[in-house]
Design a protein around this ligand. Sequence first.
Ligand code: FAD
Length: 348
Amino acid sequence: MITTDVLIIGAGPVGLFSVFELGLLGLRAHVVEAMPAVGGQCVELYPDKPIYDIPALPVCGARELVERLTQQIQPFAPVFHTGETVVRVAREADGRFVAETSGGLRFGAGAIVVAAGLGAFAPRKLALPEAAALEGASVHYKVADAALFDGREIVVAGGGDSALDWAIELADRAHVVLVHRSSKFRAAPASVAKMHALCAEQRMQFLEGDIVGLDADGTALNAVRVQTRGGLVRRVEASQLLVLWGLHPSLGPIASWGLGLDKSQVLVDTARFATNVPGIFAVGDINTYPGKRKLILSGFHEAALAAFAIKEYLNPGEKVHLQYTTTSPALQRRLGVVVAPDEIDAAA
Ligand code: FAD
């Protein structure tokens, strides 16, 4: 069991800034993030786009913003657990929380900050009833081990960067048929050109259409049925199907934690950003309240007020005073920008 003052669920910009606000108040945080990297929507959805409405930064790339936030929270040494989805949160008899992740990590925390944005990003899956039983064996939504496809007949589904990158990569080691519902692609033009060149050299094939069925024996895939634009259904022999249709956010397990919800968003008050469950707070895009605007700067404000509320929640009866980073030696010590006099004495 990993013990921490506060567990932050989600490492988007607001989860990251929560580390900072909690750290200023002397609270340590562990951060769990479902994606392999921190950054939330900024990194997953628009890493190279410029943002123009972050105070005091006239323009800042989305990935750059995440890098700046990550740098800003370094003094508080947050511990990140990426590629882990928090699936269960329960309160123990002593009032503390136990949270469990998809990978089996267990956290004990005094308070929880849900900074889960639009929810955990999950792959868009085939909406065919026969697909679920094949998942992991012959139907895949990510490439865990490319060697699995060596020498096989494989259908790659999708028209974005990841589908084309993998179709091109696998064309050298497998028989690849790329299936996409349109002849227009979202992938980089260079990848689209490369794919067409490989098709012209008969090193891979492209089929425009929709996947409408899978033929399988048990978990072994035999063929993918594709309905082409003309309405004909073609049977494409394949032992593996790699579906790369991108990611979509899903509230997922959060819906079962007993939190008050309004249209898949967590209801909070605007003084503390507390949910209906004492000790669980919600900040950023995941929450809702009258006047809510899903902006990064709103989330930063919410993170600050939630941190004060959490400090008071964890230390009942103790008054939490506002201090300025410009003038407070205590805050500056936590930030590591001044050395305490006793540390100077000790070093002498
Ligand atoms: P998110 O960024 O969504 O991060 C939440 C994280 O939580 C995700 O990484 C998710 O994987 C993780 N998570 C969810 N559930 C779990 C779980 N159970 N366990 C573990 N991890 C979990 N805002 C602006 O202010 N200015 C802009 O110019 C702007 N431009 C935008 C452009 C685009 C194209 C988009 C899509 C959004 C834009 N936004 C902009 C909105 C802004 O990105 C969001 O307001 C912001 O990302 C919200 O941050 P967050 O930390 O609350 O959530």
